[in-house]
Design a binder for this molecule. Structure first.
Ligand code: NAD
Length: 490
């Protein structure tokens, strides 16, 4: 099938877009309509090798560039994204079908913030030092200089493509690394657009390379198996993360993994009802439930269970599914028909497990040329327990199970009864209790009376199946650099 527009999304290697090869390409589908809107050139092993070699050649120059010049390039990149803001918004929407308000306010705005924040963080970074007392009265000075890892492989998923890519590429580049990025096969457009911006911002050729393709036996695996890669930063599913870890193990390369989640919310009996319902609505349905931080398990104190269930059903009913460019649209499609099949599989499983469907559970008919898209109804269940698969496994759709509890200890035990450990939220008017319950969550990030409120200097990541390591602020500097400790006998 030929693309509607004939537009190509190309690989970017050593400062240039690579001429596409029709015989090695795949379609980029708009998930809102199901129509093909571009073709993507799939990088083969030789092209991935060229990208890594370009990264190696650029490394000496870029890592040797003064911090003030490196950070100036990042700040110019942020300015240029702002200048081309609507182009990025359009590319993000074409890839994902997400509502224009979200693409503007979250995805593209965050890309700008990522470049500015990591320029600030690197500019302000110091070196750690210790003055060591020695027997006999002399001293030693220990100080650690931090050096870039080298060529970093950046592999990201499709749910927040530009946000997650810049969350990794910005600190990696700020620290003096060069990168080869592999965006998701579902969402290649913004990574390619970013190549133009970074080149215009003055980033040297070879410091940012983009290779498109799939995982196994394609660009993803060619990249992670390449001996010229010095580290891998990966966001995606836990199963793929485990695979990537095995792939890089023989060469003992550092990895940073931001993986899946099965996040809980705990609604305590004294929670502010309106604030909690507004917060839960965002945390369950934002980005059509396709955020790693989204809530799929809502534990509610029995005394307020009916109020929370009724309020959430009402708010789910008020969500507007529709054309991404309509400013009133709140909710987009799922990323693909394949992903919708997976989510519908959980709908069926939930009903087999005895779930009561409070709302949703099917596929909407939207008309307006959208019925070829991968739309799904926002869905809420009661009647499931922690032993049911839809409550244990990550679904990654606009769906949550509401489960009652009777006391705080039970709520904590239920929330922590998972193999994942990414995020949690706690809803209460009693802040002492809020701190206590939030600290008891076995997760990387716990919120009290909010969700997805981020300070980019704070650590982000998960435990268990949700990942290894943290990024954000100083945590990013630690991952993207290696210290050399110098000890001077004084
Ligand atoms: P995925 O694991 O299928 O793919 C992620 C990326 O890895 C894609 O670019 C893919 O092409 C690539 N890939 C796949 N197989 C590979 C292989 N063998 N070698 C190298 N690369 C390979 O994930 P997805 O479906 O794109 O994204 C959804 C998942 O991402 C969910 O599990 C979600 O929770 C997770 N996620 C986590 C975070 C976080 O910060 N913790 C953020 C967003 C998404």
């Amino acid at each position: 099938m030929t693309p509607d527009t004939g537009r190509w999304i190309r690989n970017f290697v050593d400062g240039h877009f690579v001429e596409p090869d029709e015989n090695r390409s795949f379609e980029n589908v708009d998930p809102a309509t199901g129509r093909v809107h571009a073709r993507v050139h799939e990088a083969d092993r030789a092209l991935v090798d060229r990208a890594v070699q370009a990264g190696r050649r650029a490394l000496e120059g870029w890592s040797g560039t003064a911090v003030r010049e490196r950070t100036a390039v990042l700040r110019r990149a942020a300015d240029l994204i702002e200048e081309r803001f609507e182009e990025f918004v359009a590319a993000e929407i074409a890839d994902t079908g997400k509502p224009v308000t979200q693409a503007r306010d979250l995805d593209v705005a965050r890309a700008v913030a990522n470049f500015r924040t990591f320029a600030d963080v690197v500019a302000a970074a110091g070196v750690e030092s210790f003055l060591t007392d020695l027997p006999g009265g002399r001293q030693a000075l220990n100080y650690a200089v931090r050096k870039p890892l080298g060529v970093v492989a950046v592999i990201v998923p499709w749910n927040l493509p530009l946000l997650l890519l810049t969350w990794k590429a910005a600190p990696a580049l700020a620290c003096g690394n060069t990168v080869v990025v592999k965006p998701s096969e579902e969402t290649p457009a913004t990574a390619a657009l970013l190549a133009e911006v970074l080149a215009d911002a003055g980033l040297p050729a070879g410091a940012y390379n983009v290779v498109h393709g799939f995982g196994a036996d394609s660009a993803g695996e060619h990249l992670t198996t390449h001996p010229g890669i010095d580290g891998v930063t990966f966001t995606g599913s836990s199963a793929t993360g485990a695979h990537v870890m095995r792939t890089v193990a023989p060469r003992v390369r550092p990895v940073s993994f931001e993986l899946g989640g099965k996040n809980a919310a705990i609604v305590l009996p004294d929670a502010d009802l309106t604030e909690t319902l507004d917060g839960l609505t965002r945390s369950v349905f934002a980005n059509t439930g396709q955020v790693c931080l989204c809530t799929e398990r809502v534990y509610v104190h029995r005394s307020v269970f009916a109020d929370i269930a009724d309020g959430l059903v009402e708010r789910a009913g008020a969500l507007r599914l529709g054309r991404p460019l309509d400013e009133a649209t709140t909710t987009g499609p799922l990323i693909s028909q394949a992903h919708r099949d997976k989510v519908r599989g959980y709908f069926a499983l939930a009903e087999q497990s005895g779930a009561k469907v409070l709302t949703g559970g099917g596929v909407p008919e939207l008309g307006d040329g959208l019925d070829g898209g991968s739309w799904i109804e926002p869905t809420l269940w009661t009647g499931l327990t922690n032993t049911d698969r839809p409550v244990r496994e990550e679904i990654f759709g606009p769906v949550a199970a509401l489960i009652p509890f009777d006391d705080e200890d039970e709520a904590i035990a239920l929330a922590n009864d998972t193999d994942y450990g990414l995020a949690a939220s706690v809803w209460t008017r009693d802040l002492r209790r809020g701190h206590r319950v939030a600290q008891a969550m076995n997760v990387g990030m716990a919120w009290v009376n909010t969700w997805f409120l981020r300070d980019l200097r704070s650590p982000f990541g998960g435990v268990g199946l949700s990942g290894i390591g943290r990024e954000g602020g100083a945590s990013s500097l630690h991952f993207y650099t290696e210290p050399t400790n110098v000890c001077v006998h004084l």
